[in-house]
Design a protein around this ligand. Structure first.
Ligand SMILES: Nc1ncnc2c1ncn2[C@@H]1O[C@H](COP(=O)(O)OP(=O)(O)OP(=O)(O)O)[C@@H](O)[C@H]1O
Ligand SMILES: [Mg+2]
Length: 476
């Protein structure tokens, strides 16, 4: 999106020569440029056409730069404004920054200097727009397929799902029980162009071994006792669409060979029939076993493994992506108790974050369901509403070993935050800083915290800040 996103730039100055120079600089940076010779003209212009970046002279007749700045920030909060001053007064500049100016530049300026300021502003505008775009994209995807989570690992999964949904590529989905393998398989099928075709889920683990073949490929009338009429198998039912082979690791060796043949030849032979039937089926397989180890140990066919595993999509255990827990909890609450505005107390959230979740997302979902049922009319889910094993996590989990670092952020009324929370907060703040290239104002906006809190956390967590950014923010 960056390529077709052209920055709209407005220069406001009563000196024609300055306007001309700035327009040239703006054009050289690829901006769409416009000029106004007074503050009043600028506001009239901005009523009709928006600008991403505005450069305003501080001293103009009638309305000065500071006034324009105030009005503009209210009118177009996303527009970035820089002030030009011929007087070099630091106080006015500071006042401008306080009113929301991005930066200031003193006249006379060097072209390179002006270029740098404009470039940095453009970068920020693009970053904010891109962030917004990504957030919306992720949100749309989340809403579409019900895969919730903000951790990098879930974001990777969402990206993979988006890439695979319109293809016929076989995908092997791996992950512990309850990590969302079936959810992802459904998202791949129902999110893409084949959504209207059939989706057939087969639990290979629960098929009766002697009946697997007839279940999958169908049978002819009279093929065996009880086969009173010809019956199509699951593969025929899935024709044109997707077959989801869940727990593929449970498939007996003999069936593995038959499945491989079907995948290679794209046809099935119903039990008791001489005729083969063509099927066009996309195969998604899932397992919570380590199939690589299984084929190395000789319990799973290597050739089938490679045929199924053209793409692997691994779902991390919930304990490896605990930052998804608050989002998932909110999501489940919204689904289980819509419109009730239920909250989770800090202490209860602490327990949820400290617990190891052997049953992964399914266990979390059950836990929230149980808490809502037990909580009756209460508006807040508290520790007492959680199962005893999870309540215990607050004291016996890794969170119990809270090191001295958390003392600085602890809130006596809420108890000490756990190590996970501390580590997560630190990582989040660092990540945002890296993303915004050290821009404190932008970081603060993205994180949604006050300036004072931000400064406190930077110090507490020893956050790395880009060199260039540090120099600029020292004036803010
Ligand atoms: N990222 C997620 N966002 C929202 N819900 C999720 C997520 N992951 C899993 N769930 C929910 O958790 C439950 C378990 O998911 P699913 O059945 O897909 O897991 P699974 O990996 O197939 O488990 P198993 O190996 O036991 O079959 C489902 O109710 C599913 O909707
Ligand atoms: Mg499953």
């Amino acid at each position: 999106m960056t390529e077709d996103f052209r920055i709209r730039f407005l220069i406001v100055d009563d000196q024609q020569s300055i306007r001309k120079l700035c327009m040239t600089i703006g054009a050289s940076l690829g901006f769409v440029c416009a000029e106004a010779e007074s503050a009043e003209d600028a506001l009239v212009y901005l009523e009709a056409s928006a600008a991403d970046i505005v450069l305003v002279d501080l001293k103009m007749a009638n309305m000065g730069g500071l006034e324009v700045l105030g009005t503009l920030k209210k009118m177009l909060p996303r527009t970035e404004v820089a002030i030009m001053t011929g007087y070099g007064s630091v106080e006015t500049a500071v006042q401008a920054m306080r009113l929301g100016a991005y930066d200031y530049i003193t006249k006379p300026f060097r072209v390179e200097e002006m270029k740098l300021v404009l470039q940095r502003m453009a970068e920020k505008v693009r970053l904010v727009a891109e962030n917004q775009f990504l957030l919306e994209q992720v949100r749309t995807q989340m809403e579409l397929n019900g895969i919730v989570g903000s951790s990098a690992r879930i974001q990777d999964v969402l990206r993979m799902v988006a890439r695979l949904k319109d293809t016929r590529t076989p995908v092997l989905i791996t992950g512990e029980s309850g990590t969302g393998k079936e959810l992802v398989a459904r998202a791949i099928h129902f999110g893409g162009v084949y959504a209207k075709r059939p989706f057939v889920a087969v639990d290979c683990g629960s098929l009766v071994p002697t009946l697997i073949e007839s279940e999958l490929f169908g049978y002819e009338k009279g093929a065996f006792t009880g086969a009173v009429r010809t019956k199509a198998g699951l593969f025929q039912h899935a024709d044109g669409g997707t077959i989801f082979l869940d727990e593929i690791g449970e498939l007996p060796m003999e069936m593995q060979a038959k499945l491989l043949r079907v995948l290679q030849e794209k046809e099935v032979r119903p039990v008791g029939s001489n005729q083969k039937v063509r099927v066009d089926v996309r195969v998604l397989a899932a397992t919570n076993r380590d199939l690589e180890a299984a084929y190395k140990a000789g319990t799973f066919r290597k050739d089938l493994y490679f045929r199924l595993n053209v793409v692997t999509l691994h779902l991390a255990a919930l304990r490896e992506r605990k930052s998804d827990i608050p989002t998932l909890v909110r999501w489940f609450l919204g689904r289980i108790a819509p419109n009730r505005g239920l909250q989770v107390s800090n202490a209860a959230m602490n327990c949820l974050l400290n617990y190891e979740w052997p049953g992964n997302v399914r266990e979390l979902e059950n836990c929230i369901e149980r808490a809502v049922a037990l909580g009756g009319d209460a508006m807040v889910i508290d520790v007492d509403d959680l199962p005893p094993s999870i309540q215990g996590a607050a004291t016996i989990g890794p969170g119990a070993r809270v090191p001295a670092i958390s003392a600085g952020v602890s809130n006596a009324a809420e108890g000490e935050p756990s190590m996970d929370l501390v580590a997560m907060e630190r990582a989040t703040i660092q990540r945002v800083f890296d993303q915004v290239g050290g821009d404190k104002t932008l970081a603060r906006q993205i994180l949604g915290i006050s300036r004072a809190t931000l400064y406190r956390k930077i110090k507490l967590y020893n956050i790395r800040i880009g060199q260039q950014a540090a120099a600029v923010s020292s004036t803010s």
